[in-house]
Design a protein around this ligand. Structure first.
Ligand code: 5GP
Length: 205
């Protein structure tokens, strides 16, 4: 019998490389699923509805908030983003682990709501490098980049209540660190004790 899926919550300032790290880790860990958030932000070129985000109108988002359909939601860079409670529970009940890429405000809400979740903060190696990466992406206007840099300084104040920090300087090293964190968290005694008891009965109790 499977254990209930774990919840991994990853936050980072925009441009720290969180999305690439998460993609890499999803490819490696077979039991891990990526949570698809709802957002009122318009799709970027190449983004697919239902794969990258569920792109919804303000009215649709309002309706979900009114229905208490979100496990968490927040206003980030002028747009709203949220994690649907139903899909989160569904994946975990099916025994799959779930990776949430969300901002610090949403993570703080989940810290209250799901105290068993594992919280990971990804950092850029420096503010200079963060700026270089954001400019290099060429997906956002100059004022958007400025806003993201200002937000990065605010978001990074939150990192100290997270369980783990990953400094994304060398991508391969950061991805191995992230993998190690996820794998180790799934081997905690607290997580495995029911499964072990089913395997070995009352031994050692
Ligand atoms: P982007 O627009 O660049 O895809 O994402 C902007 C920010 O929104 C990122 O920091 C990302 O982590 C955050 N975000 C994405 N989905 C969610 C969500 O469901 N909830 C919250 N609170 N933040 C989210």
């Amino acid at each position: 019998m499977q254990r209930r899926g774990l919840l991994y919550v990853i936050s980072a300032p925009s441009g720290a490389g969180k999305t690439s790290l998460c993609k890499a880790i999803i490819d490696i860990l077979p039991n891990l699923r990526h949570s698809v958030s709802h957002t009122t932000r318009p799709p970027r070129v190449g983004e697919v509805d239902g794969r990258d985000y569920h792109f919804v109108s303000n009215a649709e988002f309002d309706a979900m908030v009114a229905d208490s359909a979100f496990a968490e939601w927040a206003l980030v860079h002028g747009n709203r983003y949220g994690t649907a409670l139903a899909s989160l529970e569904e994946v975990r009940d099916a025994g799959c682990d779930l990776l949430l890429e969300i901002d610090c405000q949403g993570a703080a809400q989940l810290k209250e709501r799901c105290p068993d979740a594992i919280f990971i903060f990804v950092l850029p190696p420096s503010f200079q490098e963060l700026e270089r990466r954001l400019k290099g992406r060429q997906t956002d206007a100059a004022e958007v980049i400025e806003q993201r840099l200002r937000n990065a300084r605010i978001e990074m104040r939150e990192m100290f209540w997270y369980d783990y920090l990953v400094i994304n300087d060398d991508f391969d090293l950061a991805s191995r660190q992230l993998q190690a964190i996820l794998v180790a968290a799934a081997c905690r005694t607290e997580i495995l004790k029911d499964q072990v008891q089913r395997l070995f009965g009352e031994i050692g109790r």
